[in-house]
Design a protein around this ligand. Structure first.
Ligand SMILES: [Zn+2]
Length: 75
């Protein structure tokens, strides 16, 4: 029974993780270039993504200096 349930639970957990880790923006808050989800930092509002590691580090040093433009979520 355990062997049947484990893969199902694992796939559910992974789906939830991917959804929660999706960035709240699609534009780099540092230089306003299109951001890539692989470069991201977790903030109170969720994951913020950047165009490159350089911007990611700049933001991480002083998150208050940059305004994160959230992407429009269709409802
Ligand atoms: Zn950037």
């Amino acid at each position: 029974m355990k062997t049947l349930l484990a893969p199902l639970l694992l796939s559910l957990a992974m789906t939830a993780t991917v959804f929660a880790a999706w960035p709240i923006n699609d534009e780099c808050p540092v230089d306003h270039k299109p951001s890539r989800p692989i470069y991201r930092v977790k903030t109170d509002e969720g994951f913020v993504s950047f165009c490159c590691t350089e911007c990611m580090q700049k933001f991480a040093k002083s998150p208050g200096s940059y305004t994160v433009k959230k992407k429009d979520v269709p409802k």
